[in-house]
Structure formats: structure tokens, C-alpha cells
Unconditional design. Sequence first.
Length: 625
Amino acid sequence: MDNELAEVSAFVASIPPFDLLPDTLLDKLVREISISYLRVDEHLSPDDTVQPQLYILRKGALRYLAADKELNAKYAEGDICSVFCQKRSELNTGIAVIVDEDSLIYSLDYKILKALLVDSPEVIEFLEHSSEQRLHSKKNKLSDDAILSSSISHTSVEDFYHHPIATISPSASIQDAAVKMTELGFSCLVVVDDNESHEHNEDMQIGIITDKDIRRRCVALGLPTSNPVNDIMTKDIVTIDIKCNAYDALIAMTSKHIHHLPVTKFGKLAGMVSVTDLVNNEEHNAVNMTSIIHKASTLDELITISKLLNKLQVKLTQLGSNADHIGKSISAITMAFTIRLIEMAEQDLGPAPVPYAWLAAGSQARQEQLAHSDQDNALIICDSMKPEDDVWFMRLSTFVSDGLAKCGFIYCPGDIMATNIKWRQTQNKWQQYFDAWVDKPSPKALLNSSVFFDLSTIHGDVNLLENVRQQMLAKTKSSTLFIAHMSSNALRSRPPLGFFRDFVLIQDGKHKATLDLKHNGIAPIVDLARIYALSEGVAAVNTIERLQQCSGSKSLTKASAENLIDAYAFLTSVRLEHQGKLLRNKLSVDSYIDPKQISKLEREHLKDAFKVIKSMQDYRQSAVL
């Protein structure tokens, strides 16, 4: 390959999706490239609608105008212009791609390119799909990966087995076995040779007896319980080495129709693993943790349990759980901490003087919380409350908020907590708050709306909040002025995407040269979903549920809802992966992503997600105006 072709090859190989191609195929592709130099205001070939070309901008700038002559996109160095290749019949009618700056352009006959890439369908898909379609495909792949990346597929048996293991002699009576299993709380015993010197030798494991064996082979058949274990035990015992994959353990038990599998280490008994352990481990991580929290009797116990929260988030991320599942799991655990602290407070303070509801706001209310987020909470109290009753509720709020802080949920920097008397009010007062925020949408009212329109009841009388919510939604649904102000306020947070589809990075400070994925990527979608819900009177507070329930309404088309859900799913997955790396390295979590630390293809997907958000914000802005 001569120097000129080598330079072209190096440039093309650096651009997704061509960076996925093997060198031999890339070499063939480069040899089909035509190089042209176009001046300002020239159009790309009008024949492209008949004989589509793929363009790669080497130097310069292009602008892409839709059929209505509206600016759809701009292209800069390294961008691919594939609009003439995409599979949408209406797309290739009346569109124009015009040179903005004198430009050096590589072009490829798309039919020839497709023939070359016949064994690279993922590259063809990337080129033929719009940013929305690419994002949808990526979201689906994330879902598939979550299914494939289950805990049993990627975890060692060592992470599941129970220790210690209990054994019994084959000559011991069935009753002795039942008594021993009851005392230990075990559902099985390994039967070993009577020779104690060989008790833990792999060769001396001669059987296993389970509670099922006692029921089916002894009690159901009327066999005397004085008979030896040897009469009912399962012989030809199957074991698995501790270094094996947990999936292998499940396959072994399934194929042998057994539910318990002794685990060995260097040939000696080390523990026991069951089918239930394997199948339920990932799904019940959060459930088990909440169960432990509810059993805690002291604040110190809760503090100890809370230290596991980071590990749980990391594990769920590593296992491929999607962001929605992780957010709901972490939110459920935070709820459990809160409820247990409320119960502890009530034990000390006595029963509440009047009915009340402890409310979560923000990400916890939306069930989108991650490990050790800030506190956002409030109290709504029955209207029969007397002034002196607030002493009890103040003590409750202080106990719970202080307890949450000690468990790693830091105090809200904006003081949005039940310890603030402003957010510890009667039902009637809360109704007045919402009415005032909607009727007079001042900047402060809009800020409060963005927080308190996402509320859920954690503990107490759910009707206290629901009655207020129904009246509030009826009001927002008919208040076009309030929705317009909410929209304008929400549109201030823009995705970090420049005019030429490059990233707009933070310019200085601790997080210089990074993207703020939370505030400039995820938050705009959360804000849009809230606006759609308030416009349509939808009571859901979870972002995905809001988008799903508003889909197909006058506020949000089905296609737009799907695009926003895809963007949200991708951005939250990138954020979780980033936070997982920080947690594994014992660093404080944040949402600042360095684009250079992710793959080129992932950067393209980020751009696709930001483009979806920008498009929806632009549409919302035009609707407001």
C-alpha cells in the first residue's frame, strides 16, 4: 500500500464503525474510495438518491438540510454522512447536503460498499440506521446482555456455597439424622464412612440424606425411624469442586435431578450449594438485604448493613442488570432503612398523635436511586394535627434523618428533609403549596415543583399523599401556563453536544474535560418525562413508566417515547458502568465521564442519545413558543 492509501486507511480505521473491520477488509474498502475537493455552497451529488454514496469528511464542514429546508445536522472532520444510504423512503426526497467550508471528502459507492461488507452486518446496520434506530438497537443489546450475564454464568461456586457442612455416619438412625438437621437448621447431611480418620476424604463420601428423603423414603413408606441412614440415603454422591463455575453446578443438579450438591476443596468437603441458592441469588440480593434490615434491632446494625450497599450496586452492574432493575433494587433498600428507622423511632416516642405519611422525593421516589444518594424526604400529616403535636414529628424526623445520614445517605444540601418544618406540614398545607406553585410559577415555585412533583409514600397513610396528588394533577393538566413555565425551566439543561456533533466538555475545575452525564444527559429526560406526565395527568413518578404511560398522547408520540426510553436506558447504563469502576477502586462516585475512557463506538452511541434529547427539547421549545 502506497503512502497516500496508508494515510487514508489510518484515518478511516479510526472512525466507527470502520474500526470494527479486519485489516484485509479495510484495505479492500479503502481502495474503493474516491477523493474529491468541494468548495463552499456546493451540493453533494444530486445523483445520490439513485446511486447512493457514503461520504466521510476528511476536512471541512457540511450541513444537512431536511426536505423542509430545516437544518437537521452539521458534519465536521471525521464524521460520516450516510443520509443517502438510510432505509427510509421519505428521507431521500428533497434533502440536501451542502458544503459549509471548503472540504476534502472521501466517497464510496454504497452498493459496492455493501457487497464488501456482506459479512459485517453490524457495520451496514450502523450506516443504514438513523441515530434513533442505532440507539434502539443498542438498548436491545443491553437487555440481551443482561439476560446472558446472569450471576450463575459468571460467578464461582465459592460465592454461593454454605459452610460448614454437616455429616453423619451411615449407621446412625434416621431419627438421629432428623434431629441433627433440625438442630442445625439444615435440609441435608452428607453421609461419610464410619472411619473418622477418613471423614473429610473425598473417597469416603458415600451418600447424602435430605429432608425429602426422610419424607418420601421413610415416613411415607412407614419405615421405622430407628433404621440406619444407609437405608434411605442417596448413593453415588455427586460433588463439585469449589473452583468450578456456578452454572456448572446448576447443570449438574438439573441433569441428575438433585437439589443439593456438596462442594469440595482439594478433595475435602468444604460446603453445600443448592438449586435455590443458584437460581435465586441475583434476584433476591435486594430482597435478602431488606429482610436483614427489617430484623435489625439497633442503629449500629443498620450502619453495618449499609456498608454492603456499594458492593451490591457493583455486583448488580457486573452481572449485567439493567439500570431500571438496579435503581428499583437500591431504592427498595433505602426504603427498608427508612422504614426500620421509623419503627425504631416509634418504639422510643410512642405512637404518632395523628396519622401521617413519610414521603420520599427525587430519585428515591422515582425508584431510580443509586447507592448512598442524598436524602430527599418530607412529611404530610393529617389535618387534625394540633400545634403541640409537631414536637413528636420533629423528633421523628430528626431520628430518621440522622439515622439515614449515619447509614451513608447524606443530608440534603438544599435542606429538602422532614427536619425542615416547611416540608413537615398538614395535608391542607401541602395542597396549598401545590396550588400556589401551579397558579404562580415563579422560579422558586418551579424549583420546588421539580422536586415535589416526584413524591412517593414510604411509610404511613398513603391516602394523605394520593388525595393531594389527584387534585394537583387535575390542576396541572389544565394549566398551560404552568406547563409552559416548567418546560422553559427544564430546557435550560442541554445535552453536551456541539454544533458539529462533537462533545461540549467541562472547561475547568476538578472535572475538566469530562461530560456531566447526570445533569446534562439523564436529568433532561427526567424533566421531559415529568412535564409529559403533568400535562396528561399521569400519576406515575418513575421516568420510564411516565414515558410509557404518556406514549401516544397529545404530548408525546409513541416513536418519541421509545426514543427517549432508549436514550435513558443507554445513558444510565454508561453511568452505572462508570460508577462501578469508581466503587471497585474505593473512590467517591460521580457522573462525570471522560469520553476518551470509553470506546469510539460508545462515544457514537452517546452522541446518538444526546441528539435524541436535543431533538425532543427543540420540539418542546417550539411548542412552548
